[in-house]
Design a protein around this ligand. Structure first.
Ligand code: DAV
Length: 397
């Protein structure tokens, strides 16, 4: 891993600057996600029990072929592509506080790993089966960390994932109850420990938005705030009250370029939270209806049809979309963007599409302020970043 003198080995400040290096997930060894207090996977349109253990070889091969296809497309554009190490997901996890029969997969690095500026953050995760999901990425993390002293590596505090961390009755609430509670942001995880998945975060230069969800609680957001604000970021919690099962922000609110966010028409952002964007001249553009109806989604897929908008930006003007999502492709081309496509539907049952299945390591660009009207930008510090100077002792709060 060699890098130029100027750009640190790890450098990504937003979702859209020109992409230079990326990790693409792998379906090798993937298992069905187990039923656990933080997750009740269901077979779509059926009461059959959800399968357990390793996924069949052919299903894995179909997904891996599409992941390889994405990797090849990115390489053809001159982007360095890395893949996770092998990991035995069929092994149970047992800690002093819980046991789970098997793990999940390394298809979605986005859920676990975040690049924020010149730092890598490993999320706490919110589900037992994903407790050790950082492991397949560790050889890469060591590589980046060893190759460049400017790279900061942070592991967020692991929660116990014991029974006290979950509110199991959440899964039994009837829809009316959920509707009544939609503004409370109380889901299957309690507020007693720090919990977040990396995919609830979205990077907009010096501003980071974090969705409160089934996979990220208020202490999780507080931890990110207290970690990132002394390093020069502003961290903003965001909410999408009409999403009754929120998990990961990247099928809901997807920044594509400075001043431009693709939004989910079924999940508007909470009123007061929209202002930050409109007052800073940002445009929120609604994604078109996805081509697949709910009953056409793969039967083991736990995500919504809005995987359609889970796109990967290669630059502010180039975006990768799923091959069959024509309405979205037309919208984006109509806005002057170059749209690249790959088939990706066999990846859906592994929890995500193009954004979920990638983790950007290096993009051009630096710590821009895209929200000048917010004011009160903290000093860039802590990280020995582009300025090269670490923050003075006591700069944290
Ligand atoms: O809207 O179905 C999917 C998130 C995938 N990691 C949704 C969220």
């Amino acid at each position: 891993m060699t890098t130029s003198d100027e750009t640190p080995a790890v450098n990504a400040w937003n979702e859209w600057d020109p992409l230079r290096e990326v990790v693409v997930g792998s379906a090798a060894g993937a298992c069905y996600e187990p039923v656990e207090p933080g997750n009740r996977p269901r077979v779509r349109g059926s009461d059959r029990p959800f399968p357990t253990g390793p996924k069949p070889r052919e299903r894995i091969a179909r997904a891996e072929e599409e992941l390889d296809g994405l990797a090849a497309l990115l390489e053809s554009r001159g982007i360095v592509v890395r893949r996770p190490a092998e990991h035995d997901f069929s092994r149970p996890v047992s800690t002093p506080r819980f046991e789970v029969a098997n793990q999940y997969c390394a298809v979605c690095p986005r859920d676990v790993m975040a690049t924020v500026g010149n730092g890598i953050i490993e999320a706490t995760m919110s589900r037992r089966a994903r407790f050790f999901e950082y492991e397949p990425y560790r050889p890469l993390v060591y590589g980046y960390w060893e190759s460049d002293p400017r790279v900061e590596w942070t592991v967020a505090p692991k929660p116990t994932m014991g029974p006290e961390m979950y509110r199991e009755e959440f899964w039994e609430w009837p829809l009316e109850e959920r509707y009544r509670r939609m503004h409370e942001s109380e889901f299957c995880v309690t507020q007693d420990q720090v919990v977040f998945d990396a995919a609830d975060m979205s990077r907009l230069g010096r501003d980071i938005i974090v969705q409160e969800s089934m996979t990220t609680n208020r202490p999780g957001i507080r931890w990110l705030k207290r970690h990132l604000e002394p390093r020069g970021f502003r961290v903003h919690p965001v909410h999408f009250p009409l999403d009754h099962f929120p998990s990961h922000i990247d099928c809901t609110f997807v920044p594509l370029a400075p001043g431009l966010v693709l939004t989910n028409p079924e999940r508007p952002i909470r009123d007061g939270e929209r202002r930050m964007f409109t007052e800073n001249g940002w445009k929120l553009v609604e994604a078109p209806q996805p081509v697949l109806a709910d009953e056409q989604m793969p039967e083991y897929c736990q995500s919504s049809i809005w995987l359609s908008m889970n796109v990967l930006s290669l630059s502010p003007t180039t975006v990768v979309c799923e091959e069959r999502e024509r309405p979205l492709q037309e919208l984006l081309s109509g806005m002057g963007m170059e749209v690249l496509t790959v088939p990706f539907r066999n990846v859906f049952e592994y929890g995500g599409s193009l954004h979920c299945a990638t983790w950007d390591i290096r993009r051009d660009g630096g710590p821009e302020d895209y929200f000048p009207e917010l004011g009160g930008l903290p000093e860039l510090g802590g990280l020995p970043g582009p300025g090269g100077v670490p923050a003075p002792a006591g700069a944290g709060r």
